[in-house]
Design a protein around this ligand. Structure first.
Ligand SMILES: Cc1cc2nc3c(=O)[nH]c(=O)nc-3n(C[C@H](O)[C@H](O)[C@H](O)COP(=O)(O)OP(=O)(O)OC[C@H]3O[C@@H](n4cnc5c(N)ncnc54)[C@H](O)[C@@H]3O)c2cc1C
Length: 489
């Protein structure tokens, strides 16, 4: 396997999810030649797009584990990081609710676990405090964690990659790693677009990290997909939820139980379920689970009974726990391969991987720093100010923008109040991603009540104005074309 005429990279990161992008940004502080390879047409197309978006405090995982350590370290890092990168987020706090006195010992166990891990300010509160903290929540007792929060996972992922790119890192999309060779102190990564040489490799391929490791001859891991289904309520359902509300889950639950989570934009999310599936790509939403989500969430919050739901989605957990039940807990794997020195595997990065990503990135940088001569670059650009959103801007800001650029006055998405200027700006991203889903995740077009009924034809027009031919417009790259030809000439 010979590399095509590209430079030799100091580090290649495989996988453009939140973890890979956090690693790329962390490494971009140093004087290194960096490249991230992602098989899909955009970043955050894997596990990082289908989750609860909760910044976990760290009491749900066994103290002493890597999950707990990186969660607690990530909690301290992620809020300032989100501010630096201009990523929407909010510290909300959260409640884990016990409906009866019998469940109180489990809350005490969770609190003790959190205290041992150094989770700050956990408190067990009673019925009155529950109602004060979240009027929609019911319960006899609850564990209150004031530092839990919510964040937009895909906006965090994209912002991390954009920041790394501003600092000189390269990102190549639609570039799956298909084979790996090694020799002369280099790894050779074969992709359909050519072979790339790298001194170090970080395998951050999420659900596929076991398969990518296998390409390098590392047979140590098996990732089991566990499906988690969600339902999203209409923003205008009449309920305003301030913080995530979780049930007391049993120790054997493969997830955290079906919880109720607010989004930054004011929707309410129910879910996720947790069931092993055969296929890592099986992201189906099922009728039975939708009914179960409503029933279980309704026990915690009876007011949810009458609310309209506008959409469902699914996330797949990359678990190392074998569904046959051999072991109850498996930790994150963050290790350099003994067989292939210089190759770092990040495997089984399930929840709380979103929260832990900045801490995992620092661990990986330290591992690479132990082998490569890493000098901090002068002039590292830490981030960018938050993107202005028409939906959140005040009247004078809106008027000022429209007077400068008429595109700010053209409404593309009526549900989420997204203007043409915001869609055009999303399409002019540094990675050249021009799919419908890229626009959706960067602007919220199509995430509202009509689910794209109004904005889709308008985005199609803008895409064509930006030079994408109609038959080249896809939902998410690959074969997901929207159009196959013209009916009229
Ligand atoms: C249902 C659910 C709920 C969750 N809720 C939370 C939460 O509330 N809070 C929290 O902290 N965490 C949560 N998590 C966990 C969190 O979402 C994950 O830990 C995190 O997103 C993992 O990111 P990643 O970058 O490791 O993986 P991914 O986002 O999957 O990224 C891996 C990337 O690698 C790419 N790839 C794969 N193979 C190749 C190849 N051969 N070549 C090139 N690219 C390749 C994939 O396309 C993918 O984009 C949840 C997870 C799930 C499933």
């Amino acid at each position: 396997m010979r590399e095509t005429a590209t430079p030799t990279y100091d580090v290649v990161v495989i996988g453009g999810g939140v973890v890979g992008c956090a690693v790329l940004r962390e490494l971009s502080r140093y004087d290194l030649r960096l490249l991230l390879l992602e098989k899909e047409a955009d970043l955050a197309e894997g596990v990082s797009k289908g989750n609860s978006g909760v910044i976990h405090a760290g009491f749900n995982v066994p103290s002493g584990s890597l999950k707990a350590k990186t969660n607690v370290a990530g909690l301290a890092l992620i809020y300032p990081l989100a501010v630096e990168l201009g990523v929407p987020h909010r510290k909300t706090g959260n409640l884990v609710v016990a409906l009866s006195d019998e469940d109180r010992p489990r809350l005490e166990e969770l609190k003790a676990e959190g205290d041992r891990s150094g989770v700050p300010d956990l408190e067990i509160v009673d019925e009155t405090a529950i109602r004060r903290l979240e009027p929609l929540a019911r319960g006899r007792w609850a564990l209150y964690s004031p530092h839990t929060g919510i964040i937009s996972p895909y906006e965090l992922t994209v912002a991390l990659a954009e920041c790394a790119w501003q600092n000189g890192a390269e990102v190549r999309l639609e570039t799956p790693v298909e084979a790996v060779g090694s020799g002369d102190g280099l790894f050779r990564l074969a992709t359909p677009k050519g072979t790339i040489a790298a001194r170090r490799v970080v395998n951050s391929a999420g659900l596929f990290a076991d398969e990518v490791a296998r390409l390098a001859g590392i047979e140590d891991y098996r990732v089991f997909p566990y499906r988690g289904e969600y339902l999203i309520a209409d923003k205008d359902c009449g309920l305003r939820l301030g913080l995530p509300v979780y049930p007391v889950s049993s120790r054997n639950d493969p997830g955290l139980g079906i919880h109720i989570t607010p989004t930054l934009e004011g929707n309410i999310i129910l879910g996720p379920s947790a069931e092993p599936v055969e296929d890592k790509r099986d992201a189906a939403s099922t009728r039975e689970v939708m009914a179960r989500l409503k029933a279980e969430a309704g026990r915690l919050m009876p007011e949810l009974g009458g609310v309209p739901f506008i959409h469902s989605y699914t996330g797949i957990r990359p678990k190392l726990v074998d569904p046959s039940g051999r072991d109850r807990f498996r930790d994150f794997v963050i290790e350099e391969s003994g067989l292939r020195p210089g190759w770092i595997n990040l495997v089984g990065i399930e929840s709380p991987g979103l929260t832990a990503a900045p801490a995992i990135a620092k661990m990986v940088a330290a591992m690479i720093g132990g082998r490569l001569d890493m000098r901090e670059k002068p002039g590292f650009i830490a981030g960018q100010p938050p993107r202005i959103r028409f939906a959140h801007a005040g009247d004078s800001e809106r008027a000022e923008r429209v007077s400068r650029d008429a595109d700010w006055g053209e409404m593309v998405c009526r549900c989420e109040h997204v203007t043409r200027a915001e869609v055009v700006s999303a399409l002019r991203n540094p990675f050249g991603v021009r799919t419908m889903d890229a626009v959706k995740r960067r602007t919220r077009c199509g995430m509202g009540r009509c689910q794209g009924g109004f904005c889709t034809p308008r985005i199609v027009e803008i895409l064509q104005d930006e030079g994408v031919p109609a038959d080249g417009i896809t939902k998410r790259g690959g074969v997901s074309r929207l159009f196959y030809g013209r009916i009229k000439g």
